[in-house]
Ligand binder design. Structure first.
Ligand SMILES: *Cc1c(COP(=O)(O)O)cnc(C)c1O
Length: 403
């Protein structure tokens, strides 16, 4: 049995991790999956036990519902292993996994560096909430190098945030270089690793805290909101779990249980969606209507060299830029003509999505502008031939659009 004694094994590969980590049949009545435990109050045999267990916060010990239970820990153990970390905290959404570590490391008077291509609600949090609490944010070009970060560092810069590739515009960041400059200046490196999942190993590339919107491929079925925060160092874990508990961050055990179920099949979903995504990206790059495909795994695409150096694979989310002959409204006609693709936010489910984004994304550091209209595509588990036929329909609508 792989489960109960996993620590005795050398580090396993991704799909084996997904299949075996977070399962303890020997202590769980022999069932393959861990139980779904629901609870707030935990009863202690004695007052002395209460005192002793209460001092074990941040450990996998049942003390109170907010500290999680076996259902949470199974998911946390699996995500920590997948990302190459040591501890993971599951929280209520991907956005909560973004905001919680920012709150953990930033105080009034501090400065934060954010990539211009950061996930939009993270930008809103910095500009609104953090500004209100006396934290200043500077946005930097996501393709910045080590010297560039070094120039932006101030004595009070406590967080250098990264997200690679960037939301909507898919800039691949030189995370190790950014991390070197950040650490030299005494700052923590946070990374939104939702796109990279396990294809990018954050802690092997200088990241201190890795953020996942597990809402995406881990949950995998477009029906759960959940986030994870993973760390490798004990002092970071102390900071993160204390902040998670102080904020009352919590994810429903039902959602953890379903996310864990989603992750058991994530390896095959990711492989199938990666292959289809690259195939469709390549197909689109040959189309006369297309100016550029923003898929880091596509040779010749922006960021491809860095992607090849640092990533071992790709998810199925990428951008397509149409030629400037087409109006932004034509890209809307494209999306609306598609039958297999829904128009919607989020991604990582089993179904395809198309989201026109020109005019919807904010950039203030001069990055991410394209000559033609931009559409973000998420390739689902449909047959790639049917997806291409659907895209043909969309491209016909793009060409036919008369303003
Ligand atoms: C979706 C997303 C989030 C937020 O996740 P939610 O679960 O929707 O709150 C954070 N970062 C990135 C890159 C995302 O795509």
């Amino acid at each position: 049995m792989a489960d109960d004694s996993q620590s005795a094994h050398p580090k396993r590969r991704f799909r084996t991790q997904l299949t075996h980590v977070g399962r303890r049949p020997k202590t769980e009545h022999g069932f393959v999956n861990p139980p779904l435990l629901r609870g707030s109050t935990v009863l202690y045999p004695t007052v002395a036990d209460r005192k002793r267990l209460g001092g074990m916060r941040g450990k996998q010990v049942l003390t109170y519902g907010l500290g999680g239970s076996q259902t949470h820990w199974a998911l946390e153990d699996l995500m920590a292993e997948v990302e190459g970390g040591t501890h993971c905290a599951v929280v209520s959404s991907g956005l909560a996994a973004v905001t919680t570590p920012l709150l953990a490391y930033l105080s009034a008077g501090d400065h934060c560096l954010m990539p211009d291509s950061v996930y939009g609600p993270a930008r809103n949090f910095c500009d609104g909430f953090l500004t209100r609490f006396g934290v200043e944010t500077t946005y930097y070009d996501p393709t910045i190098d080590e010297a560039g970060i070094a120039r932006l560092m101030r004595p009070n810069t406590k967080v250098v945030y990264t997200e690679s590739p960037g939301s909507h515009t898919f800039e691949v960041q030189d995370v190790p270089a950014i991390a070197r400059a950040a650490h030299a200046g005494g700052a923590k490196v946070l990374m939104d690793n939702t796109w990279g999942i396990h294809f990018f190993q954050p802690f092997a590339h200088g990241v201190d805290v890795s953020i996942q919107a597990a809402t995406k491929y881990p949950a995998g079925h477009s029906d759960i909101l959940i986030g994870t925060i993973t760390v490798a160092a004990e002092d970071d874990w102390e900071r993160i779990h204390t902040t998670v508990r102080s904020l009352g961050q919590y994810a429903s055990p039902d959602d953890c249980w379903l996310t864990l179920r989603g992750m058991r099949t994530m390896g095959v979903r990711l492989q199938t969606q990666m292959d289809a995504g690259i195939e469709i990206a390549h197909w689109l790059s040959k189309r006369p209507e297309v100016l550029q495909v923003l898929h880091p795994a596509l040779p010749g695409a922006p960021g491809h060299a860095l992607w090849k150096r640092d990533f071992t694979g790709a998810c199925s989310l990428f951008g397509v830029v149409f030629k400037p002959d087409y109006a932004v409204e034509a890209s809307h006609a494209f999306a609306e003509a598609l039958e297999l693709f829904g128009i919607g936010a989020s991604w990582g489910g089993y179904e395809s999505l198309a989201l026109p984004t020109t005019g919807f994304v904010t950039r203030t550091a001069g990055s991410g502008s394209f000559a033609g209209p931009l559409v973000r595509l998420h390739i689902g588990l449909e047959d790639p031939e049917d997806i291409k036929a659907d895209l043909e329909r969309g491209l016909a609508a793009l060409r036919a659009y008369k303003g």
